[in-house]
Design a protein around this ligand. Sequence first.
Ligand code: NAD
Ligand code: TYD
Length: 352
Amino acid sequence: MILVTGGAGFIGGNFVLDWLAHADAEGIVNLDKLTYAGNLATLSPLEKDARHVFVHGDIGDKALVNQLLEKYRPRAIVNFAAESHVDRSIHGPAEFVQTNIVGTFNLLECAREYWNSLETQDKEQFRFHHVSTDEVYGSLSSSDPAFTETNPYKPNSPYSASKAASDHLVRAWFHTYGFPVITTNCSNNYGPYHFPEKLIPLVILNALNGKPLPIYGDGQQVRDWLYVGDHCSAIRKVLASGKLGETYNIGGWNEKANIDVVKTICSILDELKPRTDGKSYAEQITFVKDRPGHDRRYAIDASKVERDLGWRPAETFDTGIRKTVQWYLDNPIWIEGVVSGSYRDWLKQQYN
Ligand code: NAD
Ligand code: TYD
């Protein structure tokens, strides 16, 4: 089996579904705390699948993690569990420190003890795959080259600082203890099952509900977008063939300004589900107060994973964003489930 943490969240959920869609896949033990971002509805297609064992719990719970490692004897851990939203990290950084740093530390220590107890062959095969972000590298100007794996870490938000700290712990566990780690630093993901507090799903749902489409500042901030299925295929590839102790940048060479992303979503919706008054959804675009410390540009140079491991994304931004908009149109029941009271409280706090 493999142990996945945070597998009820956006990327972890997609990863678990994708992994088990392969008939010959090993089973998954899925440890997730079910914070506001965790959603068992994402995993409902696996309800009768004996290869998936869901465990409700915290990566910071030492007794629980030890017990799971002892019971299921995984040959790998893929660590997705994290607090992941920059805006929430600005309002309340404590949870980010707790889960992203202290939680990762606990997971590393439990895993190291377990790994030390393995027989030689299992020990050699074991992998700890840490899923991280390009935001650890900080912000680029419009003329800077894209981030490579050798860029210095310069995190600017409580979220990216906490992820950077966890990456450093993972790195140190390799250098000091020889513990078999690999880290991937990926650009912004989008796709199905994305919690609608992040830009793309928020804009799709607000558009359909006749609400304003909030653009922070001037909307010229650039993100490098990757379809979530491509992130999952990259993790599979790195887990199978990545070199121990290495880091790999994952991205799809899809830099877009926020305003252009939002306009693209509007024009796809205009085509697939036109407004009843015949106007464009772009009329709902509203510029709002900028995010404090807002990073101007992220861009990933994915040459290393392409060259060394032969990974390539399957989707372009145009195909991926169309699939994503269609998925939100086709899945009102999943959406109803996530648009709960706590979600409405967040919208009120963030957008007044
Ligand atoms: P998410 O917020 O959608 O999901 C996080 C999941 O982790 C949730 O299911 C939550 O319940 C769970 N969780 C939180 N704290 C936990 C804890 N203490 N113990 C166990 N489970 C816990 O996040 P996501 O967007 O799916 O991101 C997954 C990982 O990928 C994160 O580590 C994130 O930093 C990284 N990442 C995200 C992106 C992106 O664009 N979303 C890009 C690059 C990297
Ligand atoms: P987000 O999806 O929160 O991802 P991240 O901050 O991790 O990159 O935001 C993507 C970009 O969209 C980012 O530059 C902030 C911007 N943004 C808005 O302009 N309006 C919004 O309502 C949100 C949530 C984000």
